[in-house]
Design a protein around this ligand. Sequence first.
Ligand code: GLY
Length: 309
Amino acid sequence: MPKPLLILHGGAGRWRAPKDRIDKALRDIYNALEHGLRFLKSGSALEAVVEAVAYMEDSGSFNAGLGSILSINGIREMDAGVMDGYSMRIGAVAATRYPKNPVRLAKVILEKTDHVILAGSGADFLAERMGLEKMPPPSNDIIRRYNELIEKYKKGEITYFKGNIELAKELGLLDTVGAVALDQDGRLASAVSTGGVWLKLPGRVGDSPIPGAGFWADDLVAVAATGLGEVIIRSMPSIRLSILVHQGYSISKSGELILDYVTRMCGLNTIGFIAVDRNGEEYIGFNTEHMMIAYGSFDKKYAKLLSRQ
Ligand code: GLY
């Protein structure tokens, strides 16, 4: 009988925020873990990852849900994805503006439609029709940070079509959220959610709604990636990790090989990921300065801001 396990991440990047903001984020990710574990006890891995990610979306501490960053035109467009490894069903949303919890909309797509990904106005239409809670306006803090970056843009330090990805790398504003879980019936699931990268072009889609890139779950492994969406889509770490595990590599060896591959091909400060296999073995790896994680089984729980060795 597998030992149920839930692992969360609050983003790979560079956490340069003041100590009180980091402490709040650590409390929020820990509370999200406890919240998710309650669903893991009574329900499925799928419910646990969705509820844990929705909790992090609501916290405002991460670049997802209420904490989502703004596009170049000051609009929030969010991506999310969820996959149930048992049924191999997927739901994902891209560039959605309406829901407060994009991950819940992704779950609706998985459970109630025949589709895999809905984007833009179509995703918003479904969110409204399904009665999902509407996203309130961005917080003053998000608007202040947006205005600071717009000043840089006006000085020519960021151009309209190029520069925001380098900016994301430099500032480390990559704090997407994600979750992977194994439940007591041996089912695996993963979920991710993000506001994307600061000052992105309207309509930009990152890795989070792309199965095999930002997330994956099947009979052997569940993966959630974080980092620069463009890099993650080019390198497809989640499906690569699953393929290696299916070929018989351990989850930790597979994780190391994928992390080396992405770092070699795309450079440092680009990616992090969490994964769990059906035996309850995990892999947590990143090539950025930091990654915030929370780890929980029924008898052991912690949240940490990890630093690169
Ligand atoms: N991983 C978040 C993004 O680049 O969209």
